[in-house]
Write a protein that binds this ligand. Structure first.
Ligand code: ADE
Length: 240
């Protein structure tokens, strides 16, 4: 067990390209293997950080978050990755910072209303206000040519890759800006532990029939560069 550091922050990435870019800035980091994941403990911009890949999907992300909390005792979390754009006014290449997150595939009707996580009384999980403000400012400052949005991001165990499914989600959840596969799971775990979370996603595709072609190309060429730039600025602005 590591000593309890009040300021320790988790940097959780969805893609290996993002993690490598972060690790390149942490040459003295050491690696600990837990549950088949590599947790990199080191320093970045004067902060003690633990960098890790979330895995894909809600269960993988929830497990990663739980290990970060229980074994590495992180006190705050920042998640970066890509997402599919849903709302009409967002485009590939835009950045979305989550103000709240919802599991679009949660449905325990008729026992609980659709989307409500049973016994939590909650469908939309808010991200931390202070971290989210710093994250938004960091994204806008480092990527002045990019549209940066703040709002609802929805998560589910599904890569949305058809115009019909995308339309179904847009009609069901008109406020949703983007869809991905991990954020709302992290938000649920962080809420249970009372740990602040913020989430930023670059839009890699439109969650339509071309999504599977746009996604891998975009991840390599743009998203990992955006992530490390935003993360670096975020840590600069974050109080220790
Ligand atoms: N992450 C990036 N694009 C996505 C999509 N279309 N659906 C779910 N997760 C994604």
């Amino acid at each position: 067990m590591l000593p309890n550091e009040p300021s320790r922050i988790a940097l959780i990435g969805a893609m290996p390209e993002e993690l490598s870019a972060v690790l390149a800035c942490m040459p003295e980091a050491h690696c600990e293997n837990v549950a088949g994941r590599q947790f990199w403990v080191g320093h970045l911009q004067g902060h003690e950080v633990v960098a890790v890949l979330s895995g894909i999907g809600k269960v993988a992300a929830a497990l990663t978050a739980t290990v970060l909390l229980e074994k590495f005792q992180v006190k705050r979390m920042l998640f970066t990755g890509v997402a599919g754009g849903l709302a009409q006014h967002v485009s590939v290449g835009d950045v979305v910072v989550a103000s709240e997150l919802l599991q679009h595939d949660m449905n325990a009707e008729p026992l609980f209303p659709q989307y409500v996580v049973p016994l939590s009384g909650c469908a939309k999980f808010k991200t931390d206000e202070d971290l989210t403000r710093i994250l938004l400012e960091s994204a806008r400052h480092t990527l002045p040519q990019v549209q940066v949005h703040a709002g609802l991001i929805i998560s589910g165990d599904q890569f949305v890759a058809s115009a019909s499914e995308s339309l179904r989600l847009q009609c069901a959840l008109p406020e949703a800006l983007a869809v991905e596969m991990e954020g709302a799971a992290l938000a649920q775990v962080c809420r249970d532990y009372g740990v602040p979370l913020c989430v930023v996603r670059t839009l890699s595709d439109r969650a339509d029939d071309e999504a599977h072609i746009d996604f891998p190309k975009f991840v390599k060429e743009v998203a990992s560069h955006y992530s490390v730039t935003i993360v670096s600025e975020f840590l600069k602005r974050l109080p220790t």
